[in-house]
Ligand binder design. Sequence first.
Ligand code: NAP
Length: 254
Amino acid sequence: MTSSTHTRTAVVTGAARGIGAGVARRLADDGFAVAVLDLDEDAGKPLVAEIEQAGGRALAVGVDVSDEQAVQAGVQRVAEQLGAPTVLVNNAGVTRDNLLFKMGADDWDAVLNVHLRGAFLMSRATQRYMTEAGWGRIVNISSTAALGNRGQANYSTAKAGLQGFTKTLAIELGKFGVTANAIAPGFIQTDMTRATAERMGITFEDFVKGASKQIPVARVGQPEDIAHLVSFLTSEGAGFVSGQVIYAAGGPVD
Ligand code: NAP
């Protein structure tokens, strides 16, 4: 059986809600068996039920992506229960915003650990299934914050780091049929941006309205906007696109 004739398995981290949930839903629609990986296994179960009800295959897996043992065990469970994972979307993320002079070392470590150590551990654990299959797709969720963002020294560093990580994976894994790309979203309407509005002391509605005015397409993004791009990058036909950072922000960024 060639790799294109059987169901492929995709792992999406931080998939219980937000962008990750949108991506998991879309990959299930695209025909992938999907591992809904998140900190809290129970949080992923409603999405798994939804995917199964629509005729797809999915599995909720509780894993802290920054925990080496948990990643090993979680990825092995995915391989045994769903199939060898040949698509990985590193989406799990947290923010611990503060101006530099007020930022604690714990806030720095927490953000770098989830985004960077997490993407590293997940990519390392899944690449062996991809190289064995001679086919794979890794998509890392970066951010426009990689270009610099007030109050996010930790987060912007992690998101810029993910871009370098992506390019190196593309160089190392290309000869095995594995591509690696990064998506750098702008403002996407999720709990993460809702929490930012709360921290700023404004309503989410006003925050979204204000942001929309700054965006050329005159709206903020939705998880589906990012899911659509992940769908392309994980498709069969995208095999010659690798090591790229694609900004999805409703307009150009610099
Ligand atoms: P979200 O709604 O906060 O969802 C993030 C998910 O990641 C949550 O389900 C969370 O679980 C999970 N998670 C956090 N730490 C984890 C860990 N150590 N291991 C496993 N899962 C973990 O965020 P989002 O807005 O969808 O963002 C998704 C990704 O896109 C993030 O990488 C974010 O940085 C990036 N991004 C977002 C935006 C935006 O505007 N929203 C823009 C650019 C980039 P819990 O619920 O248990 O905490």
